[in-house]
Design a binder for this molecule. Structure first.
Ligand code: AMP
Length: 170
């Protein structure tokens, strides 16, 4: 797969010691972007997914395209204070700091099968916060999908018991 060549390593961003996986070259290339979304879609075609959940900002791009391809809806998770309606909040630890995410309280109906999508699985903190949000609202996690998995950070450990998939591993 040629996708690896479209992912740029940025050393010491946003902090010293972190090698940031920059996916903007992949998104900029129409063939690579399509290949990545199609490969993710093939993994979930035929699964019963009701809705995709993605967090800003890269989770919107990948999650939105994948939702369109799978013919399902999309719900956003956002940084605090961005969503206009009543929200549910989850806090989590990042590879490089603390953060929190909010979702609209009515974004997920009880019983909805939710596919959580993001660009990078690092420590798994962000993804497990999204799992918590989905389950708080009575949804079921259909899977957790990533473009990239940083296997040396063992993010999967935090997502034990869930169906975790990544296209590219480092
Ligand atoms: P984590 O919660 O540690 O799994 O971090 C995942 C989130 O942080 C994802 O939304 C990524 O976009 C971002 N992230 C963490 N580490 C990196 C990295 N090395 N390169 C690019 N994005 C990262």
């Amino acid at each position: 797969m040629g996708l690896r060549g479209k992912i740029r390593d940025i050393p010491d961003f946003p902090k010293k010691g972190i090698v940031f996986k920059d996916i903007t070259p992949l998104l900029r290339d129409k063939d690579a972007f399509r290949e990545a979304i199609d490969a993710l879609a093939r993994r979930y075609e035929g699964d019963s997914v009701d809705v995709i959940l993605g967090a800003e900002a890269r989770g919107f791009v990948i999650g939105g395209a994948l939702a369109y391809k799978l013919g399902v809806g999309f719900v956003p998770a956002r940084k605090p204070g961005k969503l206009p309606h009543n929200v549910t909040k989850a806090e989590y630890e990042l590879e490089y700091g603390m953060d929190s995410l909010e979702m609209h309280q009515d974004a997920i109906e009880p019983g909805d099968k939710v596919l959580i999508v993001d660009d990078v699985l690092a420590t798994g903190g962000t993804a497990s916060a999204k799992v918590d949000l989905v389950e708080k609202m009575g949804g079921k996690v259909a899977g957790v999908a990533f473009l990239i998995e940083l296997t040396f950070l063992n993010g999967r450990e935090k997502l034990k018991g869930y169906d975790v998939f990544s296209l590219i591993q480092y």
